[in-house]
Design a protein around this ligand. Structure first.
Ligand code: NAD
Length: 277
């Protein structure tokens, strides 16, 4: 069966869909005939992106706020029908030395990247279980299977998303609902601006992550790593004795990529956007 046949008519909600990976995914799914809703905390960006791509529903959504999230899902179901797929994509990645991270930023990373995913999963799963059908796709990161200086809290948040998603998959086995994690490598979006890609690993394009998500919806599986090469390198590093794996990661430049090697000027606009409340 072709991707169009599998995806046409499906109601898909994407959080943080105003730009980057979320918007690329919305665009890909829309072109295959899905009914796509994007929600984002950035009102101007979500309205511009939603109308430019002629998406089926778009509006403000704060994934850390249960009232906002519930209202958004209710509105989507009222206008488009039962939600088939929820993609918990909203996330932020402030970089820097851990001791310099203000508590407010630590809370914000965990609120959006972890609580937002847990909240969205709970709200969608409650609805999907009644229908014995649905798919929850959580955007984690290869940072969820590794440890990268300059990203301690972000790493923790993505490790949490992977553990959470795997646990739901087991807890709701046989329920008719599927659970998947997506693990992108560094990807060319505003989130990665000014970051030097570690050696060997070219950055991905958001369209490549979107393509992997389309593949997941067509044929659900627990995890997909993108790019394939970066995924293999991460798995090899993890399979090695810890000291050897860490030394290999350092030799590829991961120790400096999110600290000394950051182009501060190029990254400034992103850091300002995610650090303001
Ligand atoms: P991005 O900054 O381009 O887009 C993220 C979107 O999330 C933004 O539009 C932002 O306004 C929105 N958002 C932030 N807080 C929100 C909230 N509280 N409620 C709703 N929306 C909110 O980033 P991206 O690169 O497209 O990242 C998307 C996801 O992919 C994130 O979870 C990120 O951690 C993950 N990821 C990104 C990369 C990368 O290198 N770009 C790599 C691995 C994983």
């Amino acid at each position: 069966m072709s991707a169009v046949t599998k995806i046409r008519g499906k109601v898909v909600v994407i959080t943080g869909g105003a730009r980057g990976i979320g918007l690329a995914t919305a665009t890909a799914l829309k072109s295959l005939g899905a009914k796509v809703a994007i929600g984002d905390i950035d009102k101007k960006a979500v309205e511009e992106s939603g109308s430019a791509r002629d998406l089926d529903h778009y509006g403000v959504l704060d994934v850390t706020d249960p009232v906002s999230f519930t209202g958004f899902l209710d509105e989507v179901e009222r206008t488009l029908g039962p939600i088939d797929v929820l993609i918990n994509n909203a996330g932020i990645m402030p970089t820097g030395k851990f001791v310099d991270e203000p508590d407010q930023i630590t809370h914000r990373i965990l609120d959006i990247n972890v609580y937002g995913v847990i909240l969205g999963s709970k709200l969608a799963l409650t609805r999907m279980l009644l229908r014995r059908s649905g798919h929850i796709i959580n955007i984690a990161s290869l940072a969820g299977e590794s440890h990268i200086p300059g990203l301690a809290t972000y790493n923790a948040s993505k490790h949490a998303v992977l553990g959470f998603t795997d646990t739901l998959r087991e807890e709701y086995r046989g329920s008719g609902v599927s659970f998947s994690s997506v693990l992108p490598t560094l990807t060319n979006t505003e989130l990665g601006s000014g970051v030097t890609t570690p050696k060997i690993m070219r950055p991905a394009e958001p369209e490549e992550i979107a393509e992997a998500i389309v593949g997941l919806i067509c044929a659900p599986k627990p995890k997909v790593r993108v790019t394939m090469v970066a995924g293999i390198i991460a798995q090899v590093v993890n399979a090695l004795p810890e000291a050897v794996g860490d030394a290999l990661a350092r030799s590829l430049g991961s120790g400096r990529a999110f600290l000394d090697d950051v182009d501060v000027e190029k990254r400034k606009a992103y850091e300002e956007r995610v650090r303001k409340d």
